[in-house]
Design a protein around this ligand. Sequence first.
Ligand code: ATP
Length: 196
Amino acid sequence: MQIKRLRLSGFKSFVEPADLRIEPGLTGVVGPNGCGKSNLLEALRWAMGENSAKSMRGSGMEDVIFAGTSRRPQRDFAEVSILAEEVGGTDGDEVEIVRRIERGAGSAYRINGRDVRAKDVALLFADAATGAHSPALVSQGRISAVISAKPEQRRQMLEEAAGIAGLHVRRRDAEQRLRATETNLARLDEIIADQD
Ligand code: ATP
């Protein structure tokens, strides 16, 4: 997967719509302390489905919405879009993933303009061996967290890097469907036995 553009609007300090184009090669973001460099990486993780407000440095998810300043009122929504290409299973076409949060209404996701579930977005990125918890996204404090991680946590990182993390979700879904089918079959057996 190649991420080509990150677009933010009303997200944390990015009150006005802002585009970060990611060209082939190395892209650097420089600026004084507190100008919003970490917010960019957080925007990327958030649009990939991050659901921990704490890891977004907030106490609730609505804290990602521009909170206002003495000169500007707060915003009612935040939106982040990721434009990517070479996403597995999409034939090399560009894919736009959008996450939007509105005060009091929670988050909504779209892939290429179509409403989807958070799970669909997580699976899209997991299949491309990336996602909100990808070891490729190295935020502050992450290195020491990796060093002190327990073996099970390291295994999760390896599974994400190998692109197989999405299989756990699919396995759970398949097991649920299997259980529902078994219940239906048992019910059917009872009905047939009643008719004999
Ligand atoms: P450093 O170099 O010190 O790590 P940085 O460039 O990474 O800084 P960030 O941590 O990304 O900066 O940005 C912090 C800024 O974002 C702060 O000025 C903070 O007030 C602002 N900010 C965070 N959340 C919001 C919000 N919801 N509304 C408005 N501004 C916010």
